[in-house]
Ligand binder design. Structure first.
Ligand SMILES: [Zn+2]
Length: 54
């Protein structure tokens, strides 16, 4: 889960969320395409890459 805010988390359920993977801790998480900087919710690294899976 993306941890960008309480209300935002709820909206993610209905939006077109994509999978991302952290290059540092290998954490995989779902997040919608963001306008702001994308961060790993686990280690807060910005070293994340987009994944394509269901
Ligand atoms: Zn991470």
């Amino acid at each position: 889960m993306c941890s960008v805010g309480d209300a935002f988390n709820i909206e993610i359920q209905a939006l077109d969320a994509k999978w991302y993977k952290c290059g540092d801790c290998k954490n995989e998480f779902r997040c919608v395409s963001v306008k702001t900087k994308l961060e790993c919710p686990s280690c807060h690294s910005s070293n994340v890459s987009k994944q394509y899976k269901e």
